[in-house]
Design a protein around this ligand. Structure first.
Ligand SMILES: CC(=O)SCCNC(=O)CCNC(=O)[C@H](O)C(C)(C)COP(=O)(O)OP(=O)(O)OC[C@H]1O[C@@H](n2cnc3c(N)ncnc32)[C@H](O)[C@@H]1OP(=O)(O)O
Length: 207
């Protein structure tokens, strides 16, 4: 743990992430890197350079990649890990985390979430505001679980999948890697092919 936290990405998601970091009260200084030169400050915090500048702070900062797009977040975070940067997870103090829950590096757990016992969450995931993940879920790396998602027990979600706002997943379902599940969708059966799924119950819409 270092004194400084550098957050990559100063837009909407970055601000929510910074707010969590402030509330965690672990870093003396919290700043952003962002490739958009027109942004000078975000949430009252300084933007000190671009993503590529991260490596110059290797020995003095912890890092968090706050990019909403799963693929871009994965590319940046994996480069950081490969080059030895210390990537941390950020967990809102008002998230409810059960016993034997595992949360890997680079994952953000937003306010009001409930993660029940024995659920495992991979690297670089977003568990967004007020999502509820029940017991024994297996969430692979770089998944985004949008605000208000509800998952029942014992299900699995493959790498890089995006669950849209307010979607609902029944117990024991398996969703493969590379899926998009639409806002308000209901998943009651396994999804075995990458694609975009919407509706109640879901149907595939990208072919
Ligand atoms: C803090 C934050 O903001 S986190 C971000 C939260 N945001 C979200 O959760 C957004 C979720 N995104 C969606 O639901 C999107 O509509 C997606 C990803 C499912 C699909 O987006 P696209 O690939 O652009 O599909 P597109 O808009 O062309 O829709 C394809 C068809 O599916 C329908 N459709 C799209 N989304 C939904 C939905 N959520 N429920 C029902 N039908 C839908 C469209 O009406 C369209 O139907 P049509 O062909 O009969 O006209």
């Amino acid at each position: 743990m270092k004194d400084k936290l550098i957050i990559i990405g100063a837009s909407g998601h970055g601000k929510v992430v910074a707010d969590i970091a402030i509330k965690m009260n672990k870093w003396q200084s919290i700043v952003f890197l962002d490739d958009d030169e027109s942004i000078k400050t975000s949430l009252g915090l300084e933007i000190i350079g671009k993503t590529e500048d991260a490596f110059t702070y290797k020995y003095e900062a912890d890092f968090f990649v706050a990019i909403g797009n799963n693929e871009i977040r994965e590319n940046i975070q994996e480069k950081f890990i490969e080059r030895g940067l210390n990537v941390v997870s950020l967990i809102h103090p008002e998230a409810v985390i059960g016993t034997d829950v595992e949360i890997d590096i680079g994952t953000a757990i937003m306010g009001g979430t409930v993660i029940n016992n024995s659920t495992k969450i991979g690297k670089g995931c977003i568990v967004n505001t007020s999502a509820s993940l029940d017991h024994d879920n297996a969430i692979e790396d770089y998944v985004h679980i949008s605000p208000g998602v509800r998952t029942a027990g014992s299900l699995s979600i493959g790498k890089g999948t995006w669950l849209g706002i307010g979607s609902i997943l029944s117990n024991n379902v398996k969703i493969c890697s590379g899926c998009k599940v639409g806002a308000g969708a209901v998943v009651v059966k396994d999804i075995t092919e990458p694609g975009t799924y919407v509706g109640v119950p879901v149907r595939r819409v990208d072919r």
